[in-house]
Design a protein. Sequence first.
Length: 274
Amino acid sequence: MYRCFFLTVIVLMTHALPLLAEPFRLFNRSYGPSVEVYGSFNTPPDLADIYQNNAKFELYIKPSVTLFRLSKNTALVAYATLVLLKDSDGFAYNNKFTFALGSEIQIRPSDAVKLSFGGKWKLEREFSTGVLRGGFVWTIGGSLYKTWRPRWLPREDESELVLSGWANFRHPGSLHLSERTNGQFQAFVKLAAAIPYRTTGLEVVPFVSVLAKADQKGRDFNNRFEPAIGVELKIPVMGDGTVEIGTKTAYQHRFATRTSSSGASVYVKWYKRF
């Protein structure tokens, strides 16, 4: 099953998706769209006991185009997202297809920080139940990516520290009927050291990270704190694309039930922008 998914990703990235990023003209204006392709394969996908023998595949395709530039650092952006989720245990919420159309105001207060405010119309279909849901979702988001070289790093190589992260608030957090009045907040921050491996183009990346989630209704699965430590091998592909193969050990505390668990996981992540 997962072999077919990976082959689909390869075909899309090498043939179909670059065509969507071609410039075009509309109403005597030129537009330069872009397409982001990213995803992951994780096992186990979560530290809760019910997921320990599970594996999860995620694929995201996001074409976008800048409609208007309101200022040097502010723009109105329209986008679409296509999401495919599959897991080996067959949970309905982890086996579905999602499509969304949206727009947002993007603000760049600095080269390292991006903020966004907007909304999207979202449609999802669960494979196992056949349930189809749709609705409008308000979104607020932000991302961070900064690199620097402290003085104590060896001068003879190109090692650097990388601080990255993201945060978002969605309302509703889910299209399920019981969640229609529930907003959800998520945030992730990661501090890593990118260490080149000789002249191969590969990077060894040890890191520490923290994931936090909270919602308005206090759901157990949406209210947690998860620090982790791990290491990744970062592989360049197709120019500026990357594949990251990693492992991490994490501790997860769930506030609603005051329970916790810990464990290790392995994963593959990929990202490419056209």
